[in-house]
Design a protein around this ligand. Structure first.
Ligand code: BES
Ligand code: ZN
Ligand code: ZN
Length: 493
């Protein structure tokens, strides 16, 4: 964050936001507005150049922010993404944004820039030609605005990008053990975080018959990953639970081959949970959180769980496994029981649970399902504030009826073709008892979101939402381990 005149910057590219019908203070730039060359329509860009005091030239991008009365952090993310993408194409290496004096502007500019500059090219022998031939954009400064806001946004967006890395990594690299190693790194980096890992035998010994059943078909060693964050505060003990199926073939109920490769993303919930803890600990948010990530592959083999098998979850409920592709709810059942046993007082689970949620809500909203209106309202509000939005869908005794077991207590599938996402949620509800719980079905939003700043691929959805939930549930925003906001600025993106 830099105070002072916008033109004083060392950056090679300056970005000025322009509202629809608005004006710019710089007369040279205003001439472009008068000539309708620069417009305030959201995502619209106009590139020009100006003389610097040192006798050089500097690029200036006038970035449309849309209607002033509609402006929020999400519009800022979209506008910042458009500007940074163009700047990168033009070979920019440093950006200086003039933040409009509006709520959420700094958050949106920092997050939109960092998120849109993400790419996953570590397996490419030669790098993309599209980045202007320079070294890429290495620094961002925002002129004006609040330093804490900028540093929170920087840490959060970096964590979201880390979750996108985990999502993008192929399943032969990103195994359950790989995720466990990542959890250990997070715990090592923060005094406030502890890690506990359970292997195949320990998972079975704890009575986690459902997670054991899914994991029995694969050679890859499963892990139940637990991170405990103690950031103080007097808010409720939060439980974040994330599905991490590092590859979902469907098991014996095998999936069609056409899109099966996409199922490396089936660990997106777990990735978001792990990386959100890293961000929350870095920010020193005053909160107490237990994060539980059941991690396994779902494979067909001679040892796999079979349709019709009956298994017993940690809380003693018996489950008929009538479709081995509905494995997410199986591994979550034990993880939710574990979280409840740990004494969590509010639960949010994040899971790429059902294809049906994409039919219902596309790639725009996550599906929300809850047993508690107040806690659900907190999640909905945090979603609106962060641009990671959820839309609540109902539970109903008739849907609960649809997953009644014929031979066991419950079946892991409901009526074919009827409210599949709700059936999944009704199943999970059996494992949370009376604890306020929201299930976030991110099958649509974990990848393929049509937001320019996450570019249609792995989105890291859930990281911003969980950081916000922790911040909202914590008591004193000044407390905690904290990061140094001074050090956070101009540190590069
Ligand atoms: N991982 C899938 C859900 C999924 C599907 C995520 C498409 C993203 C895109 C999940 O394990 C699954 O296979 N669910 C089944 C449930 C069904 C068998 C009741 C589904 O949605 O078809
Ligand atoms: Zn599946
Ligand atoms: Zn799955």
């Amino acid at each position: 964050m830099r105070q002072g005149e916008p033109g004083d910057t060392e950056a090679d590219t300056r970005v000025c936001g322009l509202f629809d019908g608005g004006a710019l203070t710089d007369p040279d730039l205003q001439r472009l507005v008068d000539a309708s060359e620069a417009k305030g329509t959201l995502k619209r860009l106009c590139v020009t150049h100006e003389d610097t005091d040192g006798g050089g030239r500097r690029r200036v991008i006038i970035a449309g922010l849309g209607k002033e009365e509609e402006f929020d952090a999400e519009k800022a993310r979209v506008a910042a993404s458009a500007a940074a993408t163009r700047a990168k194409e033009l070979g920019a290496e440093s950006l200086s944004w003039v933040a409009p004096e509006k709520d959420g502007a700094v958050t949106g500019i920092v997050e939109g820039t960092i998120l849109c500059l993400y790419d996953f090219d570590r397996f490419k022998s030669s790098k993309d030609e599209d980045d202007g031939g320079g070294g890429g954009i290495a620094s961002l400064e925002v002129v004006g605005g609040d330093e804490d806001e900028a540093s929170t946004a920087r840490v959060t967006a970096a964590a979201q990008n880390a979750a996108r890395d985990l999502q993008n990594l192929p399943s032969n690299v990103c195994t359950p053990e790989f995720l466990a190693t990542r959890a250990c790194e997070i715990a090592d980096a923060h005094d406030s975080v502890e890690v506990e890992l359970f292997d195949r035998d320990q998972i079975a010994e704890m009575g986690m018959g459902a997670l054991t059943a899914v994991a029995q078909g694969t050679y890859a060693e499963p892990r139940l990953i637990v991170l405990r964050y103690q950031g103080g505060g007097d808010g409720p003990h939060l439980g974040f639970v994330g599905k991490a199926v590092t590859f979902d073939t469907g098991g014996i109920s095998i999936k069609p081959s056409a899109k099966m490769h996409e199922m490396k993303f089936d660990m997106s919930g777990g990735a978001a949970v792990l990386e959100s803890i890293d961000a929350i600990a870095t920010l020193g948010v005053p909160a107490q959180i237990t994060a539980v990530v059941p991690a396994t592959e779902n494979m067909p083999s001679g040892r796999s769980v079979k349709p019709g098998d009956i298994v017993t979850a940690m809380n003693g409920k018996t489950i008929e496994v009538n479709n081995t592709d509905a494995e997410g709810r199986l591994i979550l059942s034990d993880a939710l029981c574990y979280a409840v046993d740990q004494g969590v007082e509010r639960i949010a689970d994040f899971a790429t649970l059902t294809g049906a949620v994409i039919v219902a809500l596309g790639h725009t909203y996550a599906g929300l399902f809850a047993n508690d209106d107040d806690w659900c309202a907190v999640v909905e509000e945090a979603g609106r504030a962060t641009g990671e939005e959820g839309w609540r869908l109902p539970l109903h005794p008739e849907f609960a009826e649809s997953i009644k077991g014929k031979y066991g207590d419950i079946s892991n599938i409901g009526e074919a073709g009827a409210a599949g996402s709700i059936a999944g949620a009704e199943f999970l509800k059996h494992f949370v008892g009376d604890t306020p719980w929201v299930h976030v079905d991110i099958a649509g939003t974990a990848w393929g979101m049509k937001r320019n700043y996450v570019g249609n691929g792995a989105s890291g959805f859930g990281v911003r939402l969980m950081v916000e939930l922790a911040r909202r549930q914590g008591s004193d925003p000044e407390a905690g381990e904290g990061s140094d906001p001074e050090a956070a600025v101009n540190q590069g993106v």
